[in-house]
Write a protein that binds this ligand. Structure first.
Ligand code: NI
Length: 162
């Protein structure tokens, strides 16, 4: 058979359970501050399932994709966007401002708390068509220097009739 090689089963030892072949694995490198990585390793250890960093990061990627799948771009949504950032990071405050000025219809209210010498907490109440609100959140949370950020959002049709 011409395609015999592509179906080689030499890696499967006799008695191995039959399973669908895993997807091709890609390798990539990530740089992170040591203390961040140490905290992540501790979190992985607490899981107690013997997962390694790669498995833990794959879980994070899956969770992120799942969250994305629950988005309702065509519906009216309402929610809050929370960010923590160091206002000393480059021209971050200017860029945060610039983005927000393009979404004046979606941003209902903002609250800014100066947490300490470096860190700011900013909470935005947001409302509008999902597509625009998610776009706003993606732009803000994607800015370099935004350390923590989360959009908590629900489609109004669903959330207000519960
Ligand atoms: Ni501040």
């Amino acid at each position: 058979m011409a395609d015999e090689h592509t179906h080689a089963t030499s890696h499967v030892a006799p008695g191995d359970p039959v399973h669908t072949p895993p997807a091709e694995l890609a390798r990539f490198s990530v740089t992170a501050p040591e203390d961040l990585l140490a905290a992540f390793d501790e979190q992985i250890a607490r899981r107690g399932d013997g997962a390694n960093r790669s498995e833990a990061i794959r879980d994070l990627i899956r969770a992120s994709l799942t969250r994305e799948a629950t988005r309702t771009p065509n519906e009216q949504v309402i929610g809050s966007l929370t960010m923590i950032y160091d206002h000393h990071t480059g021209d971050l405050t200017r860029r945060l401002d610039e983005v927000q000025h393009d979404y004046t219809d979606e941003i209902v209210s903002t609250m800014h708390v100066h947490l300490d010498h470096h860190n700011c907490l900013e909470i935005l109440a947001v409302k509008g068509v999902g597509e625009r609100v998610y776009e706003l959140a993606d732009k803000l949370l994607g800015l370099r220097g935004v350390k923590h950020g989360e959009l908590t959002c629900a489609a109004t049709k669903t959330s207000l009739t519960l």
